[in-house]
Design a protein around this ligand. Structure first.
Ligand code: ADP
Ligand code: TRP
Length: 321
């Protein structure tokens, strides 16, 4: 079984990235052949600073390795080190109906937010389909916001297989219900681009301030809160604390008497200790960037060999070779 996922180096990684994608992906490396990459080509659709891309790419590599991606179990590389995906993207784009891309929610949302779209942003799902199909991937662990992209990948693969004969494996998304959408400090989906994220790593004071800034209502501490389960801090608490601890805080909030300040203080402490081992590993990795680059280079060499054979299959099927 092949498992594949990617993450864009478009900013510092946050709890949504971690619980929605990284943690499930890291768990899956025990269960099959795991392939994970840093989607630097994709980041070009939104980020135009070369220096920033370089820095973010290194940060994503450090974050992922610190969180438990094990290069002995997983192949880990930079997307642009396997340029075969861009060639496959062209083949796939010729079987991709315009309407399929026009209906894409993430594209429409970006336009609605005032982003002036480039062709890369519009064609983004085709590059993503190539990422997935070029490795014969069976399972793609992602957060819910990526579900439609995987459905598009399945449609493109099916169309290509119908036109040119069986070529691609049809992949399945794997979306963990409990963490499908991790809320940000404002209650919307946590996202690098919404200014509502709590990062996995960073300066303690800044992150403390972010946690203390999680949106609450104006009810007094004494008031019992029947809807305690919906409280944003409680939702995050359940991710970073042991179940009995999270349940205890939820009960105290429900009963009344627990102030929001105290709740958030508790959340911060649990969040900070949850990532303490990863923080120590990250600090150590940061002193050994040669090792990190070597992991990415070795990963690229392995990934390239796999990609070349599937690209070849697609070229033969479509009469290019
Ligand atoms: P962002 O929205 O912050 O730019 P990305 O699009 O780079 O995040 O997402 C990388 C991975 O993390 C994807 O698999 C995505 O589904 C997952 N992810 C991002 N935000 C969340 C969230 N708030 N809850 C659950 N999963 C998320
Ligand atoms: N689009 C994904 C995101 O923004 C990143 C990504 C690119 C990806 N290619 C992929 C995820 C292939 C899974 C499989 O999160």
């Amino acid at each position: 079984m092949r498992i594949l996922s990617g993450i864009q180096p478009s900013g510092a990684l946050h709890l949504g990235n971690y619980f929605g994608m990284m943690k499930p992906a890291i768990e899956l490396q025990e269960q099959g052949e795991a392939l994970y990459f840093i989607a630097d080509y994709h980041s070009m659709t939104s980020l135009t600073s070369a220096a920033q891309r370089r820095q973010n790419t290194l940060d994503v590599a450090l974050d992922f390795l610190a969180c438990g991606l094990d290069p002995k179990k997983s192949v880990f590389w930079r997307q642009s080190d396997v340029p075969e995906v861009t060639e496959l993207t062209w083949l796939l784009s010729t079987v991709t109906p315009m309407g399929l891309l026009e209906r894409c929610t993430s594209y429409k949302e970006k336009i609605a937010k005032g982003v002036s779209p480039n062709h890369g942003l519009f064609a983004y799902p085709v590059l993503m389909a190539a990422d997935i199909l070029i490795f014969d991937s069976n399972i793609v662990p992602v957060g819910r916001d990526q579900k439609q992209h995987i459905e598009i990948t399945r449609d493109i693969a099916t169309k290509f297989n119908e036109l040119y004969g069986p070529t691609f494996v049809i992949p399945q998304p794997q979306i963990k219900e409990e963490v499908a959408v991790v809320p940000g400090t404002d209650g919307q989906k946590m996202s690098k681009s919404y200014g509502n994220s709590i990062e996995i790593f960073g300066d303690e004071k800044i992150l403390h301030k972010k946690v203390m800034g999680i949106l609450m209502d104006s009810r007094t501490p004494e008031e019992p809160k029947a809807d305690a389960d919906k409280n944003l801090a409680i939702q995050l608490f359940k991710l970073v604390a042991a179940p009995d601890v999270a349940e205890d805080f939820t009960e105290r909030l429900r009963a009344g008497g627990l102030g929001y300040g105290e709740l958030k203080k508790g959340l911060f402490e649990h969040y900070w200790s949850y990532f303490a081992p990863a923080r120590a590993r990250r600090a150590e990795l940061a002193t050994n960037l040669d090792y990190v680059n070597q992991v990415l280079n070795n990963g690229a060499a392995k990934a390239r060999t796999l990609a070349q054979s599937v690209l070849r299959r697609a070229k033969v099927a479509s009469g290019l070779a």
